[in-house]
Design a protein around this ligand. Structure first.
Ligand code: ATP
Length: 366
């Protein structure tokens, strides 16, 4: 099921009568979510991710704009009539019911033509339980399950009605690191198997990048960029997106363009032919540094951290926006931990230039 968001906006009225400031939680969101794909809605706390999700499921009504499921305008449709499955951060399972009863619960409320027989309900419940691999736990109560198992029950409960759309709001937040990893892979597998169009809300860029077909990066209610995770990482449209994606994060420097060259401090680190002289921010991905004694970029060596396959060279530079610069270097390259300075050449594809005022990307003409 394709989901189409057209100029979707949500404004919350002010709670404080004096200040009178309303909150624009989501501002003119436009996106056609392709059928059968998993979309990661990503951004810092308060950027409007959850509000967008709640508008898709019908728990919040847009102030403006339209939402379509396929050809159906669902903007004014009640949540129960949209055919959505919703999973929250807090699984909210019924504690007095068994796993089986929890999963079956939504089916018991079906009315009219949708009403199912006891056998049909049991069949659907077993199918959903099998899909999330908890069919051996059906008689347990939620308190007898691990966090990951509880979350699977919540997913099975969302799937049992065979929703047209699956919506997940930070579904992994309450799990420990290992379970998060395992459960996110499970969600990916389930989504691939069912091919249900899925929207997954998270503030964790790594999580979104790892499982999404496409990511939507939001800031203050405004969509910044939409694309395949790797494409957005490799080609960010502005400094916010560049900083939001990547671990370790991108290194940002104050710099300038003068005479067709990019300067960080006094170092002319890269050619930028055809770009007007101006103040800029230079973003360099950690993997964009290549150790080179004759390299044009110099920094003061702080430490060398061995990470197995790679090493992390940590250094400082007065133009850097963060106290430490992190570069990831292949272990084939040697760096003397005793040396005072370290020199690099930069991989042009890993260096991004941004206008200092607007923080929008500056592209070097081909
Ligand atoms: P988080 O990751 O913290 O859940 P989010 O990106 O999901 O954040 P939203 O919950 O969508 O963000 O909130 C977006 C903005 O709208 C925030 O500024 C928030 O304070 C505001 N907001 C959300 N719900 C309401 C409401 N019911 N009334 C007023 N303001 C609200």
């Amino acid at each position: 099921m394709k989901i189409s968001l057209q100029h979707v906006t949500k404004i919350f009225p002010s709670r404080n009568k004096k200040s009178g400031e309303e909150v624009i939680a989501v501002n003119d969101f436009n996106f056609d979510i392709p059928d059968g794909k998993l979309i990661g809605l990503l951004g810092p706390s308060g950027c409007g991710k959850s509000t967008t999700l709640y508008m898709i499921c019908g728990l919040q009504k847009p102030t403006g704009g339209k939402i379509f499921f396929g050809e159906d305008d669902v903007t004014d449709l009640a949540p129960e009539n949209r055919g959505v499955g919703l999973v929250f951060q807090n699984y909210a399972l019924y504690p007095h019911m068994t796993v089986k009863q929890n999963i079956m619960f939504p089916l018991e409320n079906l009315k009219g033509a949708d009403k199912l027989s006891k056998d049909q309900m049991m069949e659907r419940t077993l199918e959903a339980a099998r899909l999330v691999q908890i069919d051996n736990l059906l008689d347990r109560k939620p308190s007898e399950l691990s966090g990951g198992q509880q979350q699977r029950v919540a997913i099975a409960r969302a799937l049992v009605k065979m929703p047209r759309v699956l919506l997940l709001d930070e579904p992994l937040s309450n799990l420990d690191a290992r379970l998060r990893l395992q459960t996110r892979e499970e969600i990916r597998r389930i989504q691939r198997e069912t091919k249900i169009t899925t929207v997954f809300v998270t503030h964790d860029q790594e999580e979104a990048m790892s499982i999404s077909d496409m990511i939507v990066v939001m800031k203050l209610g405004v969509v910044q960029q939409i694309g395949k995770p790797q494409d957005v990482y490799d080609d960010p449209v502005n400094l916010f997106v560049a900083k939001f994606l990547g671990t370790p994060p991108i290194n940002v420097f104050v710099g300038k363009i003068a005479g067709g060259k990019v300067y960080i401090g006094d170092d002319a680190v890269l050619d930028a032919p055809g770009v007007a002289d101006q103040e800029i921010y230079v973003g360099i991905r950690p993997e964009g540094f290549v150790l080179d004694p004759n390299g044009a970029f110099h920094s003061k060596l702080s430490s060398v951290e061995v990470m197995g396959r790679d090493i992390s060279v940590v250094s400082t530079n007065p133009a850097a926006q963060t106290p430490l610069i992190r570069s990831i270097i292949n272990t084939d390259s040697k760096v003397d931990p005793a040396s005072e300075t370290v020199s690099f050449t930069l991989k042009p594809s890993k260096v991004f230039l941004f206008n200092k005022e607007t923080e929008e990307r500056i592209r070097i003409p081909e």
